[in-house]
Design a protein around this ligand. Structure first.
Ligand code: NAD
Length: 502
């Protein structure tokens, strides 16, 4: 058994200063592989959130007036620092989240991609101009920042998901307050430090830690113009409704049940490799994890056999060991909830082909480990199919045809990601066109769009109109002003009719 780590205190970062030493409440940050507390994190109350909004509001006028090229320079410098500290970020994320360090490095790479795109702000923020819409009259549009924007993020990507938001928000000239997950809050503080080193003025980026109290204070604060949220569907719905009622612009991304359809003509070895990786990577705690496979016709038996074989080869252990494939889940509550779902699946009569309960990781007996679990013959009425389990539990539903598979997905309330494995271009093309899901993979199990496209689901996976990052990100964090101007040397005279441009 390894010795317990020393408990640190994690504080807020407001205008570059550590705050919250005297907080009334602190949360516990676990080391999930050891099952023990490794740090405590200050929880912000409404006055602390007000201080953060004050710092961000004070920084906004100068930052929004900073020339585009200078803003881009700061982001380019931040990009270089992020790259330089990629391993440090991955180690921080792995220590608090539990995912394997190499998996966390992948997360940092995807964050970098969004920062790359944010660096193109000089191009993205161009307006439009129409010359001579009427005699001597020109019309043009300006894209202006919103003011103070806030981001509220989940535990499962503590580096990447915040970057989806703050990189674009800051590029647009906004100031930003990040409220990261209280379960793995440390990566956000390294972000704050590197942004400062990159030359971002104090107060443009701030971090407040906490729970519902901090979130509610952000949602209610009149100084906050926009809220970006990523997390579970019930909270996403609450954030959307509350922020919108308070007159804020809001995008709230929710949970998921992502289906992978496997057609009988698919390369079944490739499909099984992809399915095991997408279902159990990061212990199933990815919003784009495949949590339901839908096998069509003969594909079912052959695929399940291959998946079971591969499950036997998954190495499970602490994320700090790069030789492992899968780490623990985030905390004891998550572990217990997942174990309860496995029991529900058994009781409902699904066939348990692999059971991850009772897994022991030598030297980490108190860690929150659950092994890869696989259910076959699952039906849409079962809770293990209906609910987002967010753990290493894959359910397989049998379908007779592609029509049948599409109907199953259509009836599911979520619409984040989906994929199809097939050798038929016609089947793939029909699937991409008819499936009612925001992100689609064709022989690709986790179709997270690259940084210059946008990320977002449909149905209960997104509340709001615009997706995150990519061009939608620039749209979300700016508002358009349209100017109609006349510069001529003669007076057009008085006319009380409604102005037309003829
Ligand atoms: P969560 O909804 O519990 O928490 C997300 C954030 O909301 C955290 O910062 C948390 O402090 C805050 N929060 C929690 N309860 C709150 C409440 N009652 N009122 C106000 N704020 C509250 O989510 P999580 O467990 O951290 O993350 C996992 C979830 O996030 C999964 O459902 C997953 O699918 C989803 N997710 C979605 C995407 C996506 O892009 N759609 C991406 C990553 C994660």
């Amino acid at each position: 058994m390894e010795a317990p780590a020393k408990v640190r205190t994690i504080l807020h970062s407001i205008a570059g200063k550590a705050e919250g030493q005297q907080a009334a409440r602190f949360g516990e940050v676990y080391n999930p592989a050891r099952g023990e507390v490794q740090a405590r994190v200050a929880f912000a109350d409404a006055p602390m959130v007000d201080r953060a909004v004050g710092a961000a509001s004070a920084a906004f006028p100068a930052w929004s007036a900073t020339p585009l090229g200078k803003r881009a320079e700061v982001l380019f410098a931040f990009r270089a620092l992020l790259k330089e500290h990629a391993v440090q970020f991955a180690e921080i994320v792995s220590r608090e989240h539990g995912k394997i360090v190499s998996d966390a490095e992948g997360e940092v790479t995807r964050a970098l991609e969004v920062v790359d795109f944010a660096c193109s702000l000089t191009h993205q923020l161009k307006g439009e101009l129409s010359e001579n819409v009427s005699t001597s009259v020109d019309t043009y549009s300006l894209r202006q920042p919103l003011g103070v924007c806030a981001g509220i993020t989940p535990f499962n990507f503590p580096m990447m998901v915040p970057a989806w938001m703050f990189a674009i928000a800051i590029a647009c000239g906004n100031s930003f307050i990040l409220k990261p997950s209280e379960r793995d809050p440390s990566a956000s503080l390294l972000v704050a430090e590197l942004l400062e080193r990159a030359g971002l003025p104090a107060g443009v980026f701030n971090v407040v830690h906490g729970d519902k109290v901090a979130v509610d204070a952000l949602l209610a604060h009149p100084g906050v113009a926009a809220i970006s949220f990523v997390g579970s569907t019930p909270i996403a719905r609450y954030i959307y409704e509350t922020a919108a009622a308070n007159g804020k612009r809001v995008q709230a991304l929710g949970g998921a049940k992502n289906h992978m359809v496997v057609m009988p003509d698919a390369d079944l070895d490739a499909a099984a490799d992809a399915l095991v990786s997408a279902a159990y990577g990061s212990a199933g705690q990815r919003c784009m994890a495949i949590s339901a496979s839908v096998t069509v016709g003969d594909a079912g038996d052959a695929l399940m056999k291959r998946v079971v074989e591969r499950i036997g080869k998954v190495n499970i252990g602490p994320g700090s060991d790069r030789g492992n494939d899968m780490g623990p889940v985030i905390n004891a509550a998550a572990r217990d909830r997942i174990l309860d779902y496995i029991a529900q699946g058994e009781r409902a009569g699904a066939t348990l082909l692999a059971d991850g309960r009772d897994l022991q990781v030598p030297g980490h007996e108190r860690g929150f480990f659950i092994g890869p679990t696989l259910f076959d013959n699952v039906t849409p009425g079962m809770s293990i199919y209906r609910d987002e389990i967010f753990g290493p539990v894959l359910v397989n539903v049998r379908a007779k045809s592609l029509d049948d598979a599409l109907a199953i997905i259509r009836a599911n309330p979520y619409g984040n990601g989906t994929s199809i494995f097939t050798r038929s271009g016609a089947a793939a093309r029909r699937f991409q066109s008819e499936v009612d899901v925001g992100m689609v993979g064709i022989n690709v199990p986790i179709p997270v769009p690259v940084g210059y496209y946008s990320f977002g689901g449909w149905k209960a996976s997104l509340f709001g109109d615009l997706h995150v990052y990519g061009e939608d990100g620039f749209r979300f964090y700016t508002r358009t002003k349209v100017v109609t101007s006349r510069w001529n040397e003669s007076n057009a005279g008085m006319n009380l009719g409604f102005p037309t441009h003829k």
